[in-house]
Design a protein around this ligand. Structure first.
Ligand SMILES: C[S@@+](CC[C@H](N)C(=O)[O-])C[C@H]1O[C@@H](n2cnc3c(N)ncnc32)[C@H](O)[C@@H]1O
Length: 225
């Protein structure tokens, strides 16, 4: 078998992840979740478990029309003998022209861990030069309310973390938070362990299998009234 490497390195590595946390989400999974959610920038997006900020960064790339590999200097195919460099440069220029700004506060997130927020800030700064993504360190259960938002997140998994702890009570509390404090919002929650979906205690309006690094996860939609 003879293969040609047309990308020159994995394309899921966008180049903005300079700092990581325990159990970060693969960038392309975060991008798929944003796409499946249908979020188009008309509602404010919030990730209350933002970790290293992957969902926020992918939401930003999506909302601003930024090509995901904008920081990638070279692609493997550029070395192919019959590549049309002029056309490639035109395509790049055109896509850069289509980039737009987003208003501050459209995309925001938080995490209980100080280290995670530091990592998220470093990663967001790589692509969001105007600092329009808002970040803060807080426990989700201290958030007063998340009204009329699109909530997209992946809470702690339990499985992949070394402790392998039982998170049943945590997911029950998270469900209560969604029920009581998120009126008018739609939540897309990625479960690494689908056993916890029922602990949320809310009717699901979509369940979709999505793999994350070998984990058979589920993306679940909850409409909150
Ligand atoms: C699976 S990770 C999220 C990873 C993130 N999507 C990324 O790509 O880096 C779950 C995150 O939830 C955070 N977390 C755990 N308990 C929390 C709580 N009570 N409130 C807010 N964040 C919490 C952890 O610090 C961790 O960063």
């Amino acid at each position: 078998m003879i293969s040609l490497d047309t990308s020159g390195g994995s394309l899921h590595r966008r180049g903005y992840r300079k700092e990581s946390v325990e159990a970060p989400m693969i960038e392309t999974l975060a991008a798929s979740i944003i796409k499946i959610s249908g979020w188009n920038g008309t509602t404010e997006l919030y990730d209350p478990f933002c970790g290293s900020g992957t969902i926020l960064c992918e939401a930003f790339l999506h909302a601003t029309n930024t090509p995901p590999s904008i920081n990638k200097k070279k692609f493997g195919f550029e070395k192919l003998p019959d590549v049309n460099s002029k056309l490639w440069n035109e395509v790049k220029e055109e896509s850069i022209k289509n980039i737009k700004e987003v208003k501050p506060g459209l995309i925001s997130g938080s995490d209980v861990s100080k280290e995670a927020i530091i990592a998220a800030q470093i990663n967001c700064d790589e692509i969001d030069k105007r600092k329009s993504i808002s970040l803060r360190q807080t426990n989700i259960f201290d958030i007063k309310e998340l009204i009329n938002k699109t909530i997209i997140c992946n809470p702690p998994f339990g499985i992949r973390l070394k402790r392998n702890q039982d998170l049943s009570d945590f997911y029950k509390m998270f469900g209560d938070f969604l029920k009581q404090k998120c009126k008018g919002s739609t939540a897309y929650v990625y479960f690494g362990d689908r056993e916890y979906i029922k602990r949320i205690g809310l009717r699901t309006s979509m369940k979709r299998p999505l793999q994350n690094g070998g984990l058979d996860g589920r993306l679940v939609k909850f409409e909150l009234y």
